[in-house]
Design a binder for this molecule. Structure first.
Ligand code: NDP
Length: 241
């Protein structure tokens, strides 16, 4: 069996595409989710990807969940921090709860998941940490102060930790997707999508989850061993950082 890969939020959207693509590439994949969409989780399991429920926002639950995955599959060698949520509001209407939920999941969740697997990666002298950030962490987005702050934080986390992991054979990279056709984006009003979102994207369409998954598969591979601390922008030409 191939190396063990754990994908947070691996049951839906971009995470589901990443889980599937890693499995097809020969990895032993586990997918985590928060328990909101049981049907999506069952679908992944039927496709041969074991699914584990816990919230990445809860550090103790991450420690416990990772130990369950490792007992079943072996040490986690590839970690894809993909789980994410939005709680959008203009700043003057944003509540402290909106802020805390997004920071806890999208930024602290990356700490909570990476911290428990890091010592093992250092000992084994191999690891891949792939953080799914966002174009909106690069450029900022009105209505998403919480989300943009968390996703920008993920990029800083990536750059700093890459320096710590480099001598131990661990790479840490970020992928910044633009607008990808998942539930998160399809929740945007159809008219707003057509009149305000698509015109900003030079290629004239939303990205496909599989297009992000292929970036993740490359970053997980041995071929990507010299790439660390990097940010791959996959946004249809919408923003150059
Ligand atoms: P979806 O909403 O389609 O799926 C989110 C996944 O994350 C689900 O599997 C969900 O599980 C899981 N999840 C949410 N909260 C938690 C939690 N606390 N603990 C564990 N799992 C959790 O999202 P997308 O596929 O659209 O987005 C995936 C990532 O890509 C996110 O980080 C997002 O910010 C980022 N991104 C997305 C873009 C897009 O255009 N779609 C653009 C740029 C970045 P459950 O089913 O239980 O809710």
């Amino acid at each position: 069996m191939g190396r063990v890969a754990l994908v947070t939020g691996g049951t839906r959207g971009i995470g589901a595409a990443i889980s599937t693509a890693l499995k097809e590439a020969g990895y032993a994949v586990a997918a985590n989710y928060a328990g909101n969409d049981e049907a999506a989780a069952r679908f992944r399991e039927e496709a041969g990807i074991p699914v584990y429920k816990w919230s990445v926002a809860d550090y103790d639950a991450c420690v416990d969940g990772i130990s369950r995955v490792e007992a079943d599959l072996g040490p986690v060698e590839i970690l894809v921090n993909n789980a994410g949520i939005t709680r959008d509001a203009m700043f003057h209407r944003m509540t402290r709860e909106n802020w805390d939920q997004v920071i806890s999941t999208n930024l602290s969740g990356v700490f909570n998941m990476t911290h428990p697997v890091w010592p093992g990666m250092r000992e084994r002298k191999f690891g891949r940490v792939i953080n799914i950030s966002s174009i909106n962490g690069q450029k900022g987005q009105a209505g998403q102060v919480n989300y943009s702050a968390a996703k920008a934080g993920d990029i800083g986390f990536t750059r700093a930790l890459a320096q710590e992991g480099a001598r131990a054979g661990i790479t840490v990279n970020a992928i910044c997707p633009g607008y990808i056709g998942t539930e998160m984006v399809r929740a945007i009003d159809e008219d707003v999508l057509k009149t305000r979102v698509l015109p900003q994207i030079p290629v004239g369409r939303l990205g496909e989850p599989e297009e992000i998954a292929r970036c993740a598969v490359f970053l997980a591979s041995d071929d990507a061993g010299f790439i660390t601390g990097s940010t791959i922008s996959a946004n249809g030409g919408q923003y150059f950082s």
